[in-house]
Write a protein that binds this ligand. Structure first.
Ligand code: DX5
Ligand code: ZN
Length: 228
């Protein structure tokens, strides 16, 4: 996976039909998704539960692009090997999930995956300053994690700071939460390159009528293209 700072739209399957993940993923990829974003929640680090490594492993074979796994769990370390075995390309842990993010990121890379670190809205950019050489992706949460369909919280200043801290390093900036054609352009302009979108991609479509997925992805992309 060569480093690429062009705009990428990463639909979150949190907004897909949970009874039909394989077909949903194939449909949204056929409609132009760049990555597939997979939200793992533990009912402890965040107040919601989704699924764990066996489900992630089962959907792997339906993903042709990049499987981007966002862990909203604590602790992380006991599950790293299971997510590597499940086939995650990128594994992202929250900086708030434990006292030893440095060790966690080393372990993720050690298990053969790209390493990501996520920041809750209340966590400053400086929290990741000392670990930028250990990561391939910084995920800026623009909602408090746990649920899809929440209202976007403006994090433009944080994204600009991160963009300047990252400099020439091959590190993606991903935005997660409330991304749609209105909110995405300012994040792209501030230096983000991966835009996660759940409800804004899956709304209006279905496996039997997937064209709206493509329209929704193109709407985000066009809004960003026309801004800069
Ligand atoms: C929130 C998740 C997000 C979520 C985004 O905790 O990490 O990935 O699915 O959903 P939308 O795009 O609906 O805000
Ligand atoms: Zn997410």
């Amino acid at each position: 996976m060569a480093f690429d700072r062009s705009l990428k739209v990463a639909p979150s399957i949190l907004a897909a039909d949970f009874a039909n993940f394989g077909a949903e993923i194939e449909a949204v990829e056929a409609q132009g998704a760049d990555w597939i974003h997979v939200d793992v929640m533990d009912g402890h680090f965040v107040p919601n539960l989704t699924f764990g490594p066996p489900l992630v492993k089962a959907i792997r074979k339906h993903i042709k692009t990049v499987m981007d796994v966002h862990l909203m769990i604590a602790p992380v370390d006991p599950y790293i090997d299971a997510f590597a075995d499940a086939g995650a390309d990128i594994l992202t842990a929250h900086v708030e999930a434990g006292p030893h993010i440095h060790r966690t990121l080393q372990a993720i890379r050690g298990a053969g995956m790209k390493a990501g670190v996520a920041l809750n809205p209340g966590t400053p950019a400086s929290a990741v300053e000392e670990i930028l050489d250990l990561v391939d992706l910084v995920c800026v949460m623009t909602v408090n994690p746990g649920f899809g369909g929440q209202k976007y919280i403006d994090m433009t200043g944080k994204v600009r700071k991160l963009r300047s801290m990252i400099g020439d390093r091959p590190v993606h900036i991903e935005i997660d939460g409330g991304m749609d054609p209105k909110t995405a352009p300012e994040m792209w302009a501030a230096g983000a390159d991966v835009l996660v979108a759940g409800s804004a991609v899956f709304r209006g479509g279905s496996v039997s009528d997937p064209a709206p997925y493509g329209d929704n992805i193109r709407a985000i992309r066009t809004a960003c293209d026309t801004l800069v």
